[in-house]
Design a protein around this ligand. Structure first.
Ligand SMILES: [Zn+2]
Length: 245
């Protein structure tokens, strides 16, 4: 299943392949969450640094940005998991009602789906008959085939998703702001850019594992996008800083 022939996947091919199949989505979500925090806070920090405010103010702004962003991400994730669960549940309930009201019609719908998938009429009917012997099996199959949802997977815990989003965003967001705890002015800005650059490159390199691009390309692309966002807000901050003062 592994299409990339990058040197990183050369070692332990077997274990690697299994991990990719199992934890791919979690890794992807983790990397994207950290990237959100990193890019948005790097931009924020560079924006205020561009306006040449004191290191203390940059630090306060960066920390506020970290907390605000992490909370917003956590709430968004919580809402997303809950609302998608409720939406799926509502669709399944609707299908259950339809099954109760007119089971034959639902059976004909299922037969039509199987025929569209390439089964001949007789096989499709036999299969549908068998599945419709049990109400649970019928509803489960209708949910999967008609709605395209897996009733077993109505989303994990909304709270777990919220907490993990909060932590991931905060982890990414700490890099650009941390240097302002110890330094100020040009050295702090430089340290912030270097530290964030390393984090961007690492995130890019990790994305290479599931995009199939090379590590170098992915790291470079991530670095370019992150710095571009920072350069834009730095420019805006500088412009407004000059105008205001
Ligand atoms: Zn139906």
């Amino acid at each position: 299943m592994s299409l990339d022939a990058s040197p990183t996947s050369a070692a332990g091919q077997d274990g690697e392949t299994h991990r990719k199949a199992g934890g791919g989505n979690a890794l992807r979500a983790a990397v994207l969450g950290a990237n959100d925090g990193l890019v948005s806070n790097l931009s924020l920090v560079m924006g205020v640094a561009g306006a040449e405010v004191s290191a203390r103010n940059v630090l306060l702004t960066g920390l506020a940005g970290l907390v605000a962003g992490a909370c917003s991400m956590a709430m968004g994730e919580w809402l997303s998991v809950n609302s998608s669960r409720e939406m799926t549940q509502r669709q399944i309930d609707g299908e259950a009602k339809a099954l109760e009201a007119d089971p034959n019609r639902e059976k004909r719908e299922l037969v039509a789906i199987y025929v569209a998938k390439g089964l001949d009429e007789a096989d499709a009917s036999a299969l549908a008959d068998k599945l419709f012997q049990s109400k649970d099996a019928a509803l489960d199959t209708l949910a999967r085939e008609e709605l395209g949802v897996d009733p077993e997977e109505l989303g994990g815990s909304a709270w777990a998703a919220a907490i993990s989003s909060f932590c991931l965003f905060a982890t990414g967001a700490i890099f650009p702001v941390a240097p302002f705890i110890f330094a100020s002015g040009g050295p702090a800005v430089t340290a912030s850019l270097v530290l964030s650059g390393i984090a961007l490159a690492v995130i890019g390199a990790v994305t290479a594992r599931f995009t199939g691009r090379t590590v170098l390309f992915s790291a470079g692309r991530q670095l370019l996008i992150g710095y571009l966002a920072a350069a834009i807000t730095y420019g805006v901050g500088r412009l407004i800083g000059v105008t205001v003062s």
